[in-house]
Design a protein. Structure first.
Length: 95
């Protein structure tokens, strides 16, 4: 069962709950699509935000047929930064 604390879920728990393998989660992390917290010993700990992101990545891959490069463009770190900058520019009246 998925825990309620922000960073309480191990990779095996999240993999089982989300229907993807631990190696797939590690691959998505290497591609910058996930960034789980890590313990002092390097164990990944996934929170609710990570679970929601995993759900979104699975939908984009399975329903839309997007590859990882396309998903990176849509929801990767660069896309997050671009969206943040765009919102900031609009709030300042710039575009």
């Amino acid at each position: 069962m998925i825990g309620h604390r922000a960073t309480s879920n191990s990779i095996s728990t999240v993999a089982k709950a989300s229907g993807v393998s631990p190696s797939t989660l590690r691959l998505w992390e290497r591609h910058g699509l996930l960034s789980p917290n890590k313990t002092a010993r390097g164990h990944r700990r996934y929170g609710l935000g990570d679970l929601m992101r995993i759900r979104d990545i699975r939908r984009l891959r399975e329903v839309r047929g997007f590859n990882l490069a396309a998903i990176q463009t849509l929801i990767g770190p660069e896309a997050d930064a671009a969206a943040h900058n765009d919102v900031g520019a609009r709030s300042l009246g710039q575009r």
